[in-house]
Structure formats: C-alpha cells, structure tokens
Write a protein that binds this ligand. Structure first.
Ligand code: ZN
Ligand code: ZN
Ligand code: FE
Length: 738
C-alpha cells in the first residue's frame, strides 16, 4: 500500500475526482481526502497498478492544479474494498482557498455545443474552472458558504455534483440555465432593457457604446477597441487621458495585435489568465488604446461570458477595470453610475473583488506589475516559521500581507488611492483573511511614513508594531521569495519611499540581510519642490535639479518665467521641498528635458515614456555619460551637464535616452564593484518600482552577471509596492524573534 501526501494548489481544482478516476482506472482501492496538511491518499492494488499510479499522477493533474511537494511511503496493505473520496479533515486545519480559475476548454466546448444542456450558458464551470476566491463568504469552502447559496441545484446539476467520476463532482459553483445565475442588461438608469442581453450587447458595442460588464471578480468597462469615438469618450468619463487600456481578444486574433512567444501564450492561457503586456504590432486598433506606447496589455477571455461577447465582428474589446480612478474595482453596477451607457450584469454576487493581474513579458522574464485575480489568495511559502503577523503595505498599489507558520497571504490589489471605499475594502479583506486562514496576528508591521492610511490601520490593531524602511522592505520581499539566508547587496531603485533621515529615498544600494540594512550608496540628494505634486510635473523637477546644480535652466521650456521664479523661491526657502535620492525622480527630470513627458497623468508615465524613447532592446553598447561617486554618493552634475550638451547639439532623443539608461547601469556596476570589495558579497537583489523598466532590468542583470555577480529578481511577486507588505512582514518577524 502507498500513503501519498501532496501539497500545492490541490484543493478546489478538481484534484479529488482526478485521483478517483485514475485510481479506479488502475483498479486500485483506498481513499483520498483533503486535510490541513494537503491531500492525503492511500492506495492498495497490484504492483504494476501502483507504479502506474505514481507515474501518471504528477503528469496528468488537472490544469489548475500545481503540485509543490509529493511524498510517499510504502506500508502494509489495508483491507480497502473500493476507492472513495472521504470528507475533509479540516476541523482545526486551514482550508486552502483556490484563486478564481479561467473557464476550461471542456466547458467552452460544451457551451458552444447546441446539444449540450448548458448551450450558450455564460455561467458554465466545473471542478477545473470557474469562480472560487470571488464567491467565498466563509470557510470551509462549500456551496452554502459561497454566493451560490441562493441558487439551489436542479436535479440535472445535483446528479453531476454528486457523481464522483463526473467533472462537476463537488464543483461548488456548478449551475445551469435552469438553476443558476442569469444575465440582465440595464440602461444607464439601471432600468432593465427588454431584449436578449448578449445580442443587444453586441449591437450596442457596435454603436460605440460603453458598457459596464460584470465578470468574475469585478466589473469591466468595455467598448470597441477599433473605435476612436468610444475610447475618447471612455477616457473623458474616466478622467484617464493617457494610461493604456487592456484589450481582450480570442486566441486566434492575438497575432494581429501583439508579438508573443510560446511561453507568453501559455501564460495567457493559464488558469490565472493575466493581462500580459507585450510588444504591440503596427496597430490595427485605435491609437487611443495605448497612446504613444509600443506595448499593449492583452488578455484572453477567461469567463464564459467573455467568449460570448467576442465574435467575428467584435474581435477586440477594451476591457479596463470598472472603477472610478483611485476607487476599488466595482462589484455592483451602481458603483459605476455615470461611467456607462449600459450595464451587462448578473445576479451572482461578487463577494471578494480582485482586479485583473498584470504581467509584463520582456527581457526574457515576466515582471509582475499587479498580482491579484488568479493568484490570490494562494500563499507564498517561506523557509522559516513565522509568528502570526500582519503587514500593512505602503500607499501605492495597496496590498497587505498576513502570515502564519510558513505561509504568507498577500491581499488582492486594493487600489492606488485612499478613499473611503478603499479603506473599507482593505478592512473587509483583512477580516476575511484572518477568519479564513485562522490568523490572529501577534505582530504588526508598517511603513516608516507616519501619514499613510496603512500606517494608521496597523497602529489601530494595538499589537507590537515594527516600522520598516520602504526600500529595506522592497529588498526583503525578493530575499524572501528566493529564501536567501545570508547578507546580500541590494539595489532598490524606486519612486518614493520615506528614509530614516526623513528624506525621500529611491536610488539606494544597500547591504541587506533578513533583519537589517546598511545604506552603502545612494543618488545625490536634490530638491523635490512641492512634494507629491511635483511628481505630476516632471518639468518642475528638471528645473529644481538644474537650478540646484547651477546648470542652465533655459532648456526647461515648458515653464513660464513666472513659474520658474516661484519654484526658485520655493527651493531657496525649502518651502514644502524635500531632498530626494529617488531614481524615479531622475527619470522624471530627464523625461522633461527630452520633451518625452511634461505632464504625468498616471503613476510611472514619465519613466515609461523615457524607456520607450530609447527605441531599442539593448542599451549596453551605448557610451555612458560621466558621473562621479564620492563619499558613497552618486553625483549627478556631470551626467546632467553632458545631457544638456547633447540636447543643445541636437542629438537624437532616442540616443540621449539610451545613453542615460546606460549611465544608470554603469554607476550601478561601479558602486557594486566597490561594495563587493568592502563586503566580499556576490549576491545582488534587484527591487523597486524602477525594475518594471525592462531595459534597465535586463541591462543591469546582463552587466552584473558578466562581472560575476549572482542576480535575484522579483519573479512571483511585483518588484513595485505590491510586494512591500511581504518585505515588511519578513523583517518584522525576524526582529521580533531576534
Ligand atoms: Zn470547466
Ligand atoms: Zn442546474
Ligand atoms: Fe516603492
């Protein structure tokens, strides 16, 4: 007899029926059950049957299942008569909750089969696919504990639900046209439209209307991606003039709009079905989809409803988060009042919202921009045992973390703002996570910045509280992801983070270990006039930097003499002006000088513009500008002086932008070589929002490897503030135990 223990994503993903069918087909006897320690299987039978079972099990698992560990022991046979699925052993254990899963190919085949019971039914699902996280109210995960409790199973669905060999055995959200949720089309005043919802939606989209579409874990705002008219109107209503919109299309249409590899396609098709940012093809879509942007965020239909929306006439849809800027994604149509002409909605409540996840495929790696739907609440596993801990995150890309034992649960992406709805959403998910994963935090962590909502939230818990420096947390997140136990050299290149000296940090090279850090190098401090407001006006940053370094400010042409006068006073008197070492702000400065971005309407815009201005995949062969490093400070005057010379002599923008990127690589390398002399350390961790820049990321990695460093990147987590909470949590834990 074999006793097999399996861990990973193996619950709520069709694993038990899969094992049941495999065991039965090999004539094996025994059982499978879900326990707090994962899946437990005992099987007896012929030697050849048992060896086939062990061989086939990991190779044939359901698409959404991920086996992280499989161990087995050979024991004396037990008198089992049959193979059975036993009830879960979850009395004190933690029920694992699956992320929402994209609809599977079997269900799609059925949905388009005119003879099928669920023909064209937009809520079709099975144990391999469908909503999970988004419908759970409480644990254990069972139909009465989900938002499906108000849809009693019809006899057809009940028969499938209770047949162990069926693909819908214990599929909690199982439904059909007789017993399940239904679509309704509403006009802008929320009055039902008397027409077949899908056909009418097609007609309205073709009339350039903007629709709010209720999906799995939130609303989308949808319109034709061909239509300048509709997209311009959507941008006007959403107050979002420039930020790229994501496009949803069928797999067969992908090739018309983006360049992708086999791995990219695999990721797009995966159960998480993220938005993947890929190089755009000479676009057949409206130029308003992603203005001035050589990339495009694309995703495949992941809800059955999406498959019904896309047709030969409607091949490309803008599908952007259904929310007002800085608000969480909507779960009810009324939250979108004023944004849409019509609403295609349904009566299955969304209990837990999560925005689409976003990944950038570039430089031979996948960079998480946002880890949310399809990934949450699956925990990250860490090497050392953790005290029950809450970590609040920062203020951008709001995400918190809760941990217990070896698991860290990151929240879905909440928002970039701090509105009332945002704080409510944050608290709600906090309370649910504590309940589901049975965590009563004994320790809390937050940012050093005293004014963040997240800091106040952490303070309100009345727990021992650790305030963690922002960039130390950035590095600790990547250190945790790779389970690195010894000290490393850390590069934290970022937008904004509160320093231990109350300056704004973000161009930091540190010596970091699990609990502590030492700042080895940083960019020269330069003034940021007006604080956060300056971030929206890169030209003000450019002026402040040049003025402070006694360089010619004439090239800052977008500011009037009067504006310059005011700024000068502000800088001289240090009025609402903060010293900053942020590399993100240096990008802003250069972007403004080169005229690629003066006015920032979304986070990261000017840095993106400068990256794209290079118009190349490789900047390593460019000649760096001059810089100097003295007293561990990277001085910027030589760099800016030469950039001004290049601009004045009419050099090409792409040439200057590339040389600037190359300079960042060079001072990073020089600083690291010097750090290696001092410390003997060869391991380098890259973190911070600037690491979303693929040119820099790949350039730094390439150069460091050539110089015999070992490089670690954020791979399962975002390099940006979306993983700050993980870093805070790890440092706080280490200090608390230490
Ligand atoms: Zn399915
Ligand atoms: Zn039914
Ligand atoms: Fe940051």
């Amino acid at each position: 007899m074999l006793r097999i223990k399996i861990n990973g994503i193996v619950q709520g993903v069709g694993f038990r029926p899969f094992i049941y069918n495999l065991a039965k087909s090999l004539d094996l006897r025994g059982f499978i059950l879900n326990s707090s320690e994962g899946v437990l299987i005992e099987v007896c039978g012929s030697a050849s049957g048992l060896s086939a079972f062990l061989h086939r099990l990991p190779r044939e698992v359901p698409p959404a299942a991920v086996i992280e560990s499989l161990t087995y022991e050979d024991l004396p046979d037990k008198p089992y008569r049959d193979f059975e699925i036993r009830p879960s052993l979850s009395a004190e254990g933690i029920t694992s909750i699956s992320p929402d899963l994209a609809v599977c190919p079997d269900c799609i085949t059925e949905m388009f089969d005119p003879d099928d019971h669920r023909y064209l039914y937009p809520f079709i699902n099975c144990t391999n696919c469908g909503p999970r996280f988004s419908i759970i109210e409480s644990v254990p995960y069972d139909r009465p504990a989900t938002s499906m409790h108000s849809f009693p199973l019809c006899s057809y669905c009940a028969a499938e639900y209770s047949a162990p060999a069926n693909r819908r055995f214990h599929a909690q959200p199982v439904a059909c046209p007789e017993c399940g949720p239904r679509l309704t089309l509403l006009d802008k005043n929320f009055i039902p439209v008397n027409a077949e919802p899908i056909a009418e939606t097609h007609r309205l989209l073709k009339e350039n209307k903007i629709l709010g579409i209720k999906g799995i874990s939130g609303f989308h705002l949808a319109c034709l991606a061909f239509s300048d008219l509709a997209i311009a109107e959507l941008r006007r209503r959403k107050h979002r003039p420039d930020k790229p919109f994501a496009v949803m299309c069928r797999e067969e249409d992908l090739n018309d709009i983006v360049i992708y590899s086999a791995e990219d396609l695999q990721l797009l098709r995966s159960p998480a079905a993220p938005i993947l940012i890929l190089p755009a093809k000479n676009n057949i879509l409206s130029s308003l989809t992603a203005p001035d942007n050589p990339t495009l965020g694309v995703f495949l239909p992941y809800a059955p409803l999406h498959y019904l929306l896309l047709t030969d006439d409607i091949r490309f849809l803008i599908m952007t988060s259904g929310n007002y800027t800085d608000e969480p994604v909507a779960r009810e149509e009324r939250e979108l009042e004023g944004l849409c002409d019509f609403y295609l909605t349904h009566n299955r409540p969304i209990v837990n919202r999560s925005d689409d996840s976003v990944i950038r495929s570039a430089a031979g790696t996948n960079i998480f921009i946002r880890r949310s739907r399809g990934y949450v609440p699956h925990p990250l596993k860490v090497a050392g045992k953790l005290v029950p801990t809450f970590a609040a995150g920062a203020s951008m890309k709001l995400t918190f973390a809760l941990a217990q034992n070896y698991s860290v649960y990151l929240s879905p992406y909440i928002s970039n703002g701090e509105t009332k709805a945002v704080t409510e959403f944050y608290r709600e998910i906090y309370e649910r996570y504590c309940q589901w994963f049975k965590i009563s935090p004994e320790l809390a962590a937050c940012d050093l910045q005293p004014d963040f909502f997240t800091t106040h939230f952490a303070e309100s818990l009345s727990l021992p509280l650790m305030r963690i420096q922002h960039h130390q947390a950035h590095l600790a997140a990547v250190i945790a992801e790779h389970n690195i136990s010894e000290p490393v050299l850390g590069i934290a290149y970022d937008g904004t983070g509160y320093g231990t000296d109350a300056a704004i940090w973000g161009g930091e090279i540190m010596l970091a270990d699990k609990g502590d850090f030492q700042r080895l190098f940083h960019l020269q401090y330069l003034p940021l006039p007006g604080g956060d407001a300056a971030i929206r006006h890169p030209d003000r940053i450019a002026f402040a930097y040049l003025k402070t370094l006694n360089l010619d400010t004439d090239l800052v042409t977008t500011l009037s003499p009067y504006e310059k006068q005011i700024l000068e006073k502000q800088i001289d008197r240090k009025l609402n002006t903060f010293p900053t070492s942020s590399l993100g702000r240096l990008f802003d400065c250069i972007s403004a000088l080169l005229g690629v971005c003066y006015n920032v309407t979304f986070e990261g815009q000017s840095a993106m513009a400068l990256e794209y201005a290079c118009r190349t995949d490789d900047i390593t062969h460019f000649k760096p500008y001059s810089f100097s490093i003295s007293n561990d400070i990277i001085e910027l005057k030589p760099l800016l002086t030469e950039i001004l010379q290049d601009i004045s002599s009419g050099k090409d923008v792409s040439f200057i932008a590339s040389r600037f990127h190359r300079t960042v690589l060079e001072f990073t390398l020089q600083a690291l070589i010097s750090a290696r002399h001092r410390t003997g350390i060869l391991k380098v961790v890259l973190a911070g929002g600037v690491m979303q820049n693929a040119l820099l990321l790949s350039g730094i990695r390439q150069l460091l490897r050539k110089n015999n460093f070992t490089v670690y990147l954020a791979e399962k987590i975002p390099p940006n503030d979306g993983s700050i909470a993980l870093g805070q949590l790890m440092i706080a834990n280490y200090r608390y135990k230490g």
